[in-house]
Write a protein that binds this ligand. Structure first.
Ligand code: APR
Length: 244
């Protein structure tokens, strides 16, 4: 890894916004969505990750998310997850905003109050009719179970599907972190930044005289805005970069 320059060195001691995507968990063996061999290369997301798809074929959607839960449970946090968790545990303010629905940030011991899941939680079940939700492990269920509360809905994975709104509480947490203080360093790790709110958060956080660092083996829509780019895997760069 090329040694971080002086600007990054001092920014590393400052207030930090960390935005992560599927590429971070790629080093733990989990498939990304759009990269080579990505999930959306082999599956049509409109048949698996929309409320309409769930109504159309609940068994297909349920089985696919059961498979993803098994894959995520088998995976382990990698050195990049651990480095982020160590940095987020330091007194200096830091917020980890992840698009990932796996629980590898938590298993790496990222402090709960410094972690935001913007696309939900793979291991949460929620009713598609009422407000009910739980984190029960429902192994071996062929079909999505009926909601134990309203008995009218079906339990679905607690993730944000295409066409669905983000949780307003999540939006507020990220907006508050960006608004309430200068972000000295914005780290963008393993994401194509496919969603406008990711680009918006990264650029707004950078606008407070912050340094934007991208870690991704491939070019993305954000690359041109980045001050420093590491065209490498997250697990190769972060342990050393965040130990500075
Ligand atoms: N380290 C760092 N980056 C990596 C690595 C790695 N080891 N391996 C792959 N990448 C990069 C790829 O080059 C790609 O740019 O990670 C990125 C993964 O991009 P996507 O698959 O688009 O994943 P992400 O950006 O997280 O997708 C956002 O889209 O499908 C929805 O809800 C889903 O949360 C997901 C969202």
């Amino acid at each position: 890894m090329k040694p971080p320059d002086q600007r990054v060195q001092s920014a590393l001691q400052g207030r930090m916004l960390v935005i992560t995507g599927a590429g971070l968990s790629a080093d733990s063996g989990l498939q990304t969505f759009r990269g080579a061999g990505g999930l959306w290369r082999n599956h049509n997301p409109m048949n698996l990750a929309t409320p309409e798809a769930f109504v159309r074929d609940p068994r297909l959607v349920w089985e696919w998310y059961e498979w993803r839960r098994r894959e995520a449970s088998k995976a382990e946090p990698n050195p990049a997850h651990l480095a982020i968790a160590r940095r987020a545990s330091r007194p200096k303010d830091c917020l980890v905003v992840t698009q990932n629905v796996d629980d590898l940030h938590e298993r790496a011991r990222t402090p709960f109050d410094r972690l935001v899941h913007v696309h939900g939680d793979l291991f949460r079940n929620r009713c598609n009719h009422c407000e009910y939700s739980d984190r029960e492990v429902l192994e071996g269920q062929a079909l999505p179970p009926q909601c134990p509360q309203c008995k009218a809905g079906l339990l679905r994975p607690g993730v944000v599907w295409f066409g669905e709104m983000l949780d307003p509480r999540v939006l507020l947490r990220v907006d508050d972190f960006i608004r309430l203080g200068r972000c000295d360093l914005v780290l963008l790790i393993g994401t194509t930044a496919a969603f406008p709110y990711i680009v918006d958060w990264a650029t707004r956080a950078k606008d407070h005289n912050g340094i934007l660092v991208e870690i991704n083996p491939e070019q993305t829509v954000i690359s041109e805005m980045a001050d420093v780019v590491y065209r490498q895997r997250a697990a190769e760069v972060l342990p050393e970069l965040l130990s500075c």
